[in-house]
Design a protein around this ligand. Sequence first.
Ligand SMILES: Cc1cc2nc3c(=O)[nH]c(=O)nc-3n(C[C@H](O)[C@H](O)[C@H](O)COP(=O)(O)OP(=O)(O)OC[C@H]3O[C@@H](n4cnc5c(N)ncnc54)[C@H](O)[C@@H]3O)c2cc1C
Ligand SMILES: NC(=O)c1ccc[n+]([C@@H]2O[C@H](COP(=O)([O-])OP(=O)(O)OC[C@H]3O[C@@H](n4cnc5c(N)ncnc54)[C@H](OP(=O)(O)O)[C@@H]3O)[C@@H](O)[C@H]2O)c1
Length: 390
Amino acid sequence: MNPVMPNPEGFGRKNPFRATLLRTRSLTGPGSGKDTRHFEISLSGSGLSYLPGDSLGVFPRCPPSLVQATIDALGFQASDRVQTATGQDVRLEEALSHHVSIHRASKKILYGLAERLPAGSSERSRLEALIADEPAAAEFLHPRDYLDLLKEFPAARFESPQAFLKMLSPIQPRLYSIASSPSAHIGEVHLCVAVVRYQTFGRNKTGLASGFLADHTTVGEPNIPVFVQGSAKFRLPSDRSRDIIMVGPGTGIAPFRAFLEQREIDGGSGRNWLFFGEQHRATDFLYQADIEGFLKRSVLSRLDVAFSRDQAAKVYVQHRMLEQAAELWRWIQGGAYFYVCGDARRMAKDVHATLVRIVSEQGGMTPENATVYVEETMARQDKRYLKDVY
Ligand SMILES: Cc1cc2nc3c(=O)[nH]c(=O)nc-3n(C[C@H](O)[C@H](O)[C@H](O)COP(=O)(O)OP(=O)(O)OC[C@H]3O[C@@H](n4cnc5c(N)ncnc54)[C@H](O)[C@@H]3O)c2cc1C
Ligand SMILES: NC(=O)c1ccc[n+]([C@@H]2O[C@H](COP(=O)([O-])OP(=O)(O)OC[C@H]3O[C@@H](n4cnc5c(N)ncnc54)[C@H](OP(=O)(O)O)[C@@H]3O)[C@@H](O)[C@H]2O)c1
């Protein structure tokens, strides 16, 4: 089913394919507190293939305006030559945009600034105090990029572009759960990306990769370096008669769009149940038309939505799970797979606790036995409790 082709060029993390953006659209509407976008990217000619459940790695580039402003604050020229960590001789402009990360500061720069300030000066003492206090340094650095620091400590002058470059870390790729089935969109990969935007020190800032995709990719030009990151476990059941339950609030919906597209094409008898949540139905119902289409065509057997901010009290996906506890337990007893995707810090933990509670209450087990059932039997033994959380 998967239009798998060999990957003769060996495209991968070390040799990313320069992919072309085909189409993009907003998934959030005017008035939303979020900016979540759908991207359709061509993998045509790459030989790259993927399966629902895989992720796409994206190597971002830094916005040109931030690169130029940082070079200006340093007092260097965009055309100055530097050596990258891999020994390439490039323009400073290219190094700061393609090779190293300048959009968020890390601790090394505190040393670099301190040693360039006069001993005993109040500025140097301030930096030394931060260097000695790990939590304070982390709190200080969190809202700042290198430009903020260069402006805050103008007396610290870097003697050469190379000396500044030594303070920086290589750009790391970001992963995005693939939101398309390769059988439904031949040669394409779709992503659902929440754009990170915030303001500190009077400047608008963006997350490096989400900002790059949203603001600096161009339709039709092969300018997005990507690779496929296969998933070892986050897969549809090979037995198409098995039911699946998908819990995917926010961008967690991404792999489940891929799953539903694939299940529709595969045409098995297994039922599909989706729990989706976002802030407001009117502005944040990501992939509403697709989801309603799946419902209409009976690809989705059940849909439960939790729009957290449409009423006075917060309603989350796990509240909907509790409302449907008896039916959920019937599906689980019948061998359903249980998938969770999205926020790892809070949502996945709360959904896990709710699943244990449902198993305990509906299955008549002690909380300890329910935990064993969920974590040992479902997850480890049956491999039917699967997570893609970040
Ligand atoms: C397996 C996997 C799958 C994923 N799938 C998806 C997906 O489908 N869709 C998706 O959108 N994301 C997904 N992610 C997350 C994604 O990889 C990135 O982490 C995310 O897009 C942010 O990256 P960025 O480069 O835009 O932001 P970064 O440049 O990494 O910046 C993010 C950081 O900015 C800082 N920041 C944010 N707000 C503020 C503020 N107000 N003040 C100061 N600092 C702030 C925070 O410290 C935050 O950690 C996935 C992650 C993994 C590991
Ligand atoms: N590194 C980054 O900067 C970055 C960027 C993008 C995404 N992410 C990660 O990706 C996650 C997904 O982001 P997203 O914008 O797609 O969606 P999200 O922030 O997870 O929000 C989606 C829905 O989940 C709700 N929610 C909040 N806490 C919850 C909980 N404990 N249990 C269940 N639902 C909960 C939200 O409600 P309320 O908002 O009303 O509380 C909202 O309705 C983020 O939380 C974050 O972990 C990280």
